[in-house]
Design a protein around this ligand. Sequence first.
Ligand SMILES: [Zn+2]
Ligand SMILES: [Zn+2]
Length: 147
Amino acid sequence: MSVCKVDTPVVADQEGTPTRGGINDLRMGTVDKNFNCETCKSSFADCSGHFGHIELIKPMYHVGFIEVCRKILRCICFNCSKILAPKDGKFKQALKLKNPQKRQNLMFNICKTIKQCKISNRHEVIIRIFYTLFFKRMIPRLITLLT
Ligand SMILES: [Zn+2]
Ligand SMILES: [Zn+2]
């Protein structure tokens, strides 16, 4: 679909000829009556233009899919990447839906109030208990014993 890659900031050379790889590359068509399109060989009046592309430095979310990506990411645990929804009746009901849009919306509605999956929540509780026992009780005792 793309006829050329736009990779140079130079628009035209000193004689005014559009630079290859620049934003006015003749492969994408022209608005100048002195040049013809390099892709379809037509004049500016007959050529409707052709797509070029720019390669970005970093991956980007497609604007058209950003809401879908947000909804999917909202259904996944930040800590362990498992689905946030508990495997109860609502979850099974959502899995039975054939329409992907409705299934995603129902799953999103189930998950939108949950912040952590049960497993990560359990791990956090264990870490908190360990932290409380070790750092708040054992360390002060050790310090008093050593001094
Ligand atoms: Zn053309
Ligand atoms: Zn988790």
